[in-house]
Design a protein around this ligand. Structure first.
Ligand SMILES: *[C@@H]1O[C@H](CO)[C@@H](O)[C@H](O)[C@H]1NC(C)=O
Ligand SMILES: [Cu+2]
Length: 233
């Protein structure tokens, strides 16, 4: 009995990994990899763990991933999102970034510079009595708004969950990533920023990345998100 249980648990641990293959737009969940660049983990579902690797940007399978995915027209101010391939069983921090895409959202050169700005985040909350509590308890999708003042044009939209169940040792945080290719219409004339690059935005020792959530450091006062502040539009 105990052996069977252990085997089941091991299976669950693998199954607990995920990809973000489905882009949600106009209230519709689009097909797998229709607008999201196919990621290297499309079979394994395994995470990125090296914040300095180029995989931290969009985790593409290869140089054909960009051309193989379409470009979704998205109205500024509307709700978009990503559906995961599995229940997202890992506790973590969610965010979404955008990058202007030149010459187009489906070109490999898009997103290579210091062009990424954060548009949304969903952080764990903290109180001295209860500790950290996570938003990610067994959800299968997450949604957020494209800021109304985003200038029209093509962008990469990068969704990320930083899973923190093993992040007490350096390199233990697990990055689940997907980039949708979008064309923003109906936007405004905001100046998105601050901008960062991927890799570059994160360090392996950022306090929101190297953190033992089961034994918080002395004097802990709440989750410190990695990367820039959210651009509010
Ligand atoms: C979403 O709706 C807008 C406004 O009707 C439309 O222009 C756009 O093509 C739709 N996007 C997709 C991916 O269906
Ligand atoms: Cu996992």
């Amino acid at each position: 009995m105990r052996v069977i249980l252990a085997a089941l648990l091991a299976t669950n641990l693998v199954a607990a990994h995920y990809t973000f293959p489905n882009f949600i737009v106009n209230g519709t969940t689009t097909a797998e990899w229709q607008y999201v660049r196919m990621t290297e983990n499309h079979w394994s579902s395994g995470p990125v763990t090296d914040v300095k690797s180029s995989a931290i940007r969009c985790y593409e399978l290869d140089s054909t991933s960009a051309g193989a995915a379409g470009i979704a027209t998205v109205t500024a101010g509307s709700t978009v999102g990503f559906k995961a391939s599995n229940t997202m069983g890992h506790p973590g921090y969610f965010s979404a970034y955008m990058s202007t895409a030149s010459p187009a959202a489906n070109s490999n050169s898009a997103g290579l510079g210091k062009t990424w700005f954060k548009i949304w985040e969903w952080s764990p909350t903290w109180t001295a009595s209860a500790g950290l509590s996570f938003p990610s308890a067994d959800i299968v999708q997450f949604t957020f708004t494209i800021p109304k003042n985003t200038p029209n044009g093509q962008y990469l939209l990068r969704a990320e969950q930083i899973a923190l169940h093993l992040s007490g040792t350096q390199g233990g945080a697990q990055f689940y990533i997907g980039c949708a290719q979008i064309n923003v219409v109906g936007g405004g004339n905001g100046s998105p920023g601050p901008t960062v690059s991927f890799p570059g935005a994160y360090s392996a020792t950022d306090p929101g990345i190297l953190l033992n959530i089961y034994a918080l450091p002395a004097g802990y006062s709440g989750y410190k998100a990695p990367g820039p502040a959210v651009w509010k539009g």
